[in-house]
Design a protein around this ligand. Sequence first.
Ligand code: OAD
Length: 228
Amino acid sequence: MKRIVVLTGAGISAESGISTFRDASGLWRNYRFEELATPEAWDRNPELVMEFYNMRRKQLFEVEPNAAHYALVELEEKYDVHIITQNVDDLHERAGSTNVLHLHGELKKARSTVAPNLVYELDRWELKIGDKCEKGSQLRPHIVWFGEAVPMIGPAAEISSTADIFIIIGTSLVVYPAAGLTDYAKPDIPKFYIDPGASYAGGISNLTIIQKKAGEGVPEIVNSLMKR
Ligand code: OAD
């Protein structure tokens, strides 16, 4: 079975109603990430950080996967599919994808502030100051903030290096180390980049750019891969 590695970003969930970060109405156009998504922000004002992620978690309970998430599930009938997502939503899992690696954490999980390996599933949208881990310490959102290490980058690089086909969907490719994963893919394998704002020309070998929304472009590429 050929292996397809898919790197996804906020754009794949845009048509589900989740904001991206850097588009005109993106989150980092309306909020300062320094005040919401860094360890320093958490130290300064944990209530504000908590509220920001609570808002986003609440929204996640109200949205559904879209045609692009579902199309990737279909690929599993013929290929060994590995999704590496920068997204903290769970829309790939809810659509039915089997192998999903989250590079930047997961919105529906919380973790201990003293023992990072203590991670808890949240079945509600609200995490509060005073919610504690089993060791008695405050829980924080299970998100990789700016300035923090990306623990899953090693396994993601390893998977990328074994791809027979590499698909990039809905990401501005500006945040590292995630954006550097394409460097691990073998130069000669086919690579596709589906994003209406994609303008990236250099650097990635054997790349086909598809300037379409994920809801249209992903089902199309999946159809053509299923016919190969
Ligand atoms: P960005 O907001 O930087 O980029 C979103 C991309 O999605 C852009 O290239 C858009 O052109 C594209 N896009 C918009 N609508 C789309 C659609 N309907 N279909 C397909 N593509 C569409 O988001 P990311 O690249 O995911 O990190 O950002 C990377 C990281 O920066 C995020 O994981 C987040 C952020 O800070 C953390 O929160 C740690």
